[in-house]
Ligand binder design. Structure first.
Ligand code: GLP
Length: 249
């Protein structure tokens, strides 16, 4: 597995934007899978810039978010729905009927998981999946566990993940215990995958995921088997990966 190593967050985001724009230009009606978090913000900003300078059109693009907290509604500023609207959808020519998100407030969450999985399938799967990585090597909200979960499912969040996400909440106790996430099959069937990792908090996660065995104890490790997965990291995040894995251009 090769990792594209860039000097810092901005360069990581530049490389991610080049690759993402290439996919969208090649397939203007492509389906994007979008993660939340700080990692892709620079990429999303660059996609906005490309749109505003006339370099790209989103009118035929569809988007699916990767996960959502259970118990937060879409107007809640801490929800991933809110994050995605604010940081991605707003200001692009992306119509409402092309935005797909799991509903964390659904009365029957099992039915909601089923509905979401079917919607992804009906869209023909994801063309470009944008991922971050959790400190325990989770992707979306696919947490470490005894096995990989293929389909959209309910997850009990680990303490590590709740702690990592506590910064978005008034107090750590407010972080929801449960979430909905796309499964590993949806991620692995994506035609292209970009995983972004930046900063010292991701150093260990990258080692767990890409410098060891494929294991459900580090869910991102399954990407080692994906033909089109590209990992882009800054030097700080990549510093403990063997230099043979580094691709600096
Ligand atoms: C959350 C999200 C993930 C995200 C990860 C890393 O738990 N569910 O999709 O990739 O955190 O977030 P960040 O990029 O802010 O470090």
């Amino acid at each position: 597995m090769k990792v594209k190593v860039r000097e810092d967050y901005e360069e990581m985001s530049d490389t991610a934007a080049e690759l993402a724009l290439q996919v969208i230009r090649e397939k203007p009606d492509c389906v994007l899978g979008l993660t939340a978090g700080s990692s892709p913000l620079g990429l999303y900003r660059r996609l906005h810039e490309a749109y505003h300078s006339g370099g790209i059109d989103f009118s035929r693009v569809r988007i699916f978010t990767l996960s959502e907290y259970i118990g937060l509604d879409a107007q809640d500023e801490r929800s991933f729905a809110y994050y995605t609207r604010k940081n991605f959808c707003e200001g692009l020519n992306l119509s409402e009927d092309r935005i797909f998100m799991p509903d964390g407030m659904a009365a029957d969450i099992a039915v909601e998981c089923q509905r979401y999985g079917e919607a992804i399938e009906a869209a023909g799967g994801i063309d470009l999946m944008i991922l971050g990585i959790g400190p325990n090597a989770h992707i979306g909200f696919n947490e470490p566990g005894p096995s990989f979960v293929p389909e959209t499912h309910v997850v009990e969040l680990s303490e590590a993940t709740r702690a990592a996400n506590a910064r978005f909440f008034d107090s750590p106790a407010d972080v929801p215990y449960w979430a909905v996430s796309m499964g590993m099959r949806d991620i692995m069937f994506a035609r292209h995958v970009l995983l972004l990792a930046s900063g010292p908090g991701k150093t260990e996660a990258l080692v767990l995921a890409f410098d060891g065995d494929v294991t459900p104890k580090a869910p991102a490790s399954l990407l080692q088997l994906h033909r089109g997965a590209v990992v882009i990291a800054d030097e700080t995040a990549a510093r403990r990966l063997p230099k043979e894995m580094w691709e600096t251009r």
